[in-house]
Design a binder for this molecule. Structure first.
Ligand code: XIL
Length: 356
């Protein structure tokens, strides 16, 4: 039974609008060849428990990914149980797995409004906030100096609906330090590891709609101001948590063109498809999800070759989506390139089409 939000016509329109047919595997090609020969590096977010317990998970990551990013483990909540204790155990474990498998490893994330431990949430003045933020960056980037060569320094700095300039998200960091916290964080990271690539990362930049257009414009304003002030910044990350929202292909291509014109790298950092409002039947949903990914990557590649495309996990078996975006029909979410049995889905073919 089709979900009410999606008529069959919509679905056929969504699929027909995207030249997926040549991308979808013929029976002979149904299984992508496990290889890491990517022209645009592909990677995935890794999570701790699964890495230890699931051999097929480890094998799939090792077969397809030439880089990994920490889903958890390198957020304040994981790293800093108390103000004076840094716990690098989880991050060190991910890094060891990546290095043992010849993969690069990127760090996520040094400054974010989320995943703050209670002691940090309780910081109530500018001096302590600035001191703790800089100490965090110096200690964490210093610990991984020369080993993690790419950091999401500031994550989700832009407000969800930036009505007026500068349009920064209301966060502990903005409230306590002010808008300059972004530049401060980037400068501290550059000082802690001059060899690391420094990225600012955000979401909901790619969709059709006034709110998303305003968010794109606010993100560009921030990036331009950082560049104008010679703040160390190497690239921009679009998380890419797609959904049933249409991709604003012209708007996204224009955004990516501006990033390229500024001489910055462009990364897709957390690609998946939040499919809770998409049609029910898995095979149809997989096609619509693949169509969204095709629209998204197509709009980016029309302007710039990303320095990497990473999905936020690799198998539906381990994803944040069912925790935060359960489906009303009770069917399992299908957000990632491989299903729960590690079978590749049309989404993986689309990623291969662009990144091989
Ligand atoms: C998510 C993780 O996947 C969840 O396991 C955790 O409970 C919450 O954070 N954007 C981000 C990521 O930048 O850090 C978030 O990760 C997903 C949204």
């Amino acid at each position: 039974m089709m979900t009410p939000e999606f008529s069959r016509r919509d679905l056929i329109g969504a699929i027909a609008a995207v030249p997926l047919a040549p991308l979808l595997p013929t029976p002979a090609e149904a299984q992508p060849i496990p290889t890491r020969k990517w022209s645009v590096p592909y990677g995935a977010a890794v999570r701790g428990g699964s890495l230890t317990e699931d051999a097929e998970y480890r094998a799939t990551l090792a077969a397809y990914c030439d880089q990994l990013v920490s889903e958890g483990g390198l957020k304040w909540f994981d790293l800093r149980p108390t103000r004076d204790r840094f716990d690098f155990s989880e991050g060190d474990r991910y890094l060891a797995f990546a290095r043992a498998n010849g993969m690069k490893f990127r760090g996520h994330t040094l400054v974010w409004h989320g995943a703050l431990p209670p002691w940090a949430e309780a910081i109530d003045n500018a001096v302590v906030a600035e001191r703790e933020m800089i100490r965090h960056i110096e200690t964490v980037v210093g610990h991984y100096r020369g080993k993690i060569a790419n950091w999401d320094v500031v994550n989700e700095a832009i407000a969800d609906d930036p009505q007026t300039a500068p349009g920064l998200r209301d966060s502990l960091w903005l409230r306590r330090i002010g808008p300059r916290y972004v530049a401060l964080a980037l400068r501290a990271a550059a000082q802690a590891d001059p060899g690391a690539k420094l990225i600012i990362n955000d979401y909901d930049i790619e969709f059709v709609g006034d709110r998303y257009k305003r968010k794109r414009e606010a993100f560009l304003r921030l990036i331009r101001s950082l560049r104008a002030d010679n703040v160390p910044l190497h690239g921009v990350g679009l998380q890419g948590h797609l959904s049933d929202n249409q991709i604003d292909q012209a708007g996204l291509t224009a955004f990516a063109s501006e990033i390229k014109a500024m001489g910055l790298e462009f990364m897709v950092t957390e690609l998946d498809v939040v499919d809770n409002k998409m049609p029910g039947p898995p095979e149809m949903r997989d096609m619509v999800a693949a169509a969204r990914v095709h629209d998204f990557l197509g709009a980016i590649f029309a302007a710039i070759r990303p320095s990497a495309v990473l999905t936020w996990g690799i198998t539906d078996k381990y994803s944040w989506v069912p925790i935060y975006f359960k489906r009303g029909d009770g069917l399992p979410n299908r957000p990632l390139p491989f299903d729960v049995q590690y079978k590749p889905k049309p989404m993986m073919q689309v990623i291969e089409h662009f990144c091989r």
